[in-house]
Design a protein around this ligand. Structure first.
Ligand code: C2E
Ligand code: MG
Ligand code: MG
Ligand code: MG
Length: 286
């Protein structure tokens, strides 16, 4: 448990070096154990997709699929801990494929229900997953085998991933886009300052990182950054979605900037499929 807390501290970005120095060996062992648990846990059904509603102009228009790991001994392990580990070890490839498959199965189910059929499901894609040979074919094959409609699927990518090789990224995206798959740029504003790449990529959406939304009412810098991203999105013809909206005041600020798409605890935390569907039904206009 202590060692796991070390990972969590590390994931939170705190300076943990001093604290861990004497136990680097234990840390490596702990890491190997968790990696092995991840491998086994996927086969044992310990992973589950949660869904966080995404709102546009006051209506739930979709959800972001967020991975959860219920470890039998350790309890709930945060994705900010196990996703980076999975990315390092390569375990993200089977894990990411599992996520994509579950998401597409969910979409295929929703398609049978008029109240759910129009929802778009956003899936996070990690750099290693996106760059693997055959990624495009894998997504297309998963859509085909599950019967999910490509235009209901949105892939969330990050700047670092896209900039690694902009031409190759654009090629992959363009191909998937020709089938109707959408693309969102996640955590926007936290990465690179060069914006010229934006027009070279077939994006649909920018997601304002939650770190700017958090203090938008009290920090004038965050407020300007949010305004700038909204203006940038408008001028590039991209939808702008805010993440991490927790208060009515934040949502009202965003609306004043003409940003009407958001997700956050204000409406709901990420929840399992069933309560998510209940939320959509309860939220739908009578
Ligand atoms: P992300 O894609 O930026 O996801 C948004 C994170 O913000 C989620 O954390 C979500 O639960 C959290 N969040 C949403 N609304 C609020 C809010 O109002 N306040 C606050 N404080 N937080 C909010 P989560 O689920 O812990 O996921 C963390 C990160 O792990 C994700 O960041 C994403 O980068 C990664 N991740 C999660 N699931 C997957 C997955 O299936 N595949 C990949 N590759 N990465 C994933
Ligand atoms: Mg995301
Ligand atoms: Mg994000
Ligand atoms: Mg993030």
């Amino acid at each position: 448990r202590v060692d796991l807390a070390m990972y969590q501290a590390k994931a939170a970005g705190r300076d943990t070096l001093r604290f861990y120095d004497p136990s680097m060996h234990a840390l490596a062992n702990e890491r190997a154990a968790l990696e092995e648990d991840m491998r086994a846990g996927l086969a044992k059904g310990e992973f589950e997709l949660y869904y966080q509603p995404q709102v546009d102009h006051g209506r739930i228009v979709g959800a972001e699929a967020l991975l959860r790991w219920h470890h039998p001994q350790r309890g709930f392990v945060s994705p900010s801990v196990f996703i980076p580990m999975a990315e390092d070890s390569g375990q993200i490839l089977p894990l990411g494929q599992w996520v994509l498959e579950q998401a597409c199965l969910t979409l295929a189910q929703w398609a049978c229900d008029p109240q759910l059929a129009e929802l778009v499901l956003a899936v996070n894609v990690s750099p290693r997953q996106f760059r693997q040979a055959g990624f495009v074919q894998q997504v297309l094959a998963t859509l085909a085998s599950t019967g999910a409609a490509p235009r209901r699927l949105k892939l969330e990518l990050t700047e670092g991933l896209l900039l690694h090789d902009v031409n190759e990224s654009a090629t992959r995206m363009t191909e998937l886009k020709s089938y109707g798959v959408g693309f969102s740029l996640d955590d926007f504003g936290t990465g690179y300052s060069s914006l010229s790449y934006l027009k070279r990529l077939p994006l649909d959406q920018l997601k304002i990182d939650q770190s700017f939304v958090r203090d938008v009412l009290t920090d004038p810098n965050d407020a300007s950054i949010v305004r700038t991203i909204v203006a940038l999105g408008a001028s590039l013809g991209l939808q702008v979605m805010a993440e991490g909206v927790e208060t009515v005041a934040q949502q009202e600020f965003l609306a004043r900037q003409h940003c009407y798409a958001w997700q956050g605890y204000l409406l709901s935390r990420p929840v399992p499929a069933e309560p998510f569907v209940a939320l959509v039904r309860g939220h739908a206009p009578a």
